[in-house]
Structure formats: C-alpha cells, structure tokens
Design a protein. Structure first.
Length: 128
C-alpha cells in the first residue's frame, strides 16, 4: 500500500471522529501507521464536535514530493460519531472524495476502512 493511499484511508476515517457519544476512549492524540511511515496529530476542531487530523511526520523513505506537499497540513477536517467508538465520514483528498469508517478498537489502536468506488482498504494505527 502506498503512503498516499494510507493517508487517504486515514483521512476519510479520521475525519469521521467526533465526541458525540459518551465514552472513556478518545481518538485525540498522536497516531502512527502500523508500518511506521507516517504520523498524524488528531484533535477536535470546528465547533468541538468534529475531528481533524494533520500529517505531522514522514519516515525518510516516505518523503516523496507528493507526500511532502501534505506534511503539516490537515488531511482530515470533520467527522461524525455513529456509535460508541465508531465514526463515519467523507473527506476530500487529492481532488477525490473518500468514504469510510473508523473504529477506536482500544486506547492504543485505531482501525479505519475506506472505500472509493468498489475498492476498499483497511489501515491500522497505533497511539504514540
């Protein structure tokens, strides 16, 4: 899976997180792909019910011109909770719209699944 696909998958899913349901777990924090090529800062934004994610770090082998253009920029801006520890949303990324879902599996694991047309993929993140 390329880093851009990982970022796109992260973007759709992370943009879908919001504190609309009472829960002990929170997606807010710093997350890294399980493969270690990228890190994201996830925080609440907007009116406090949306989640944003910013690409904050790239491993040296992932520092392509295409990826560097996204560094320190929001790849997710807005998402809505659908159940406890589950969110759905869409995000515009690289001129395309990606739809997906995110599940906060536990305090240290975030799993997201995104689909574009009929192609779907899953990306897992660990909390740093």
């Amino acid at each position: 899976m390329t880093l851009l696909k990982t970022i796109a998958a992260a973007a759709f899913a992370l943009c879908a997180a919001a504190p609309a349901f009472a829960q002990d777990l929170t997606p807010v924090g710093t997350w890294q792909t399980t493969t270690g090529e990228s890190r994201y800062s996830v925080s609440y934004c907007g009116d406090g019910t949306e989640l944003c994610a910013k690409l904050i770090w790239l491993r040296s082998d992932a520092k392509t011109p295409e990826n560097l253009a996204l560094l320190n920029k929001h790849v997710v801006q807005g998402a809505r909770a659908t159940a406890a520890n589950k969110w759905r949303g869409t995000v515009k990324y690289a001129g395309q719209t990606v739809s997906g879902s995110v599940t906060l599996v536990n305090q240290d694991k975030l799993s997201l699944r995104g689909c574009q047309l009929i192609a779907c993929q899953k990306v897992d993140f660990v909390r740093l």
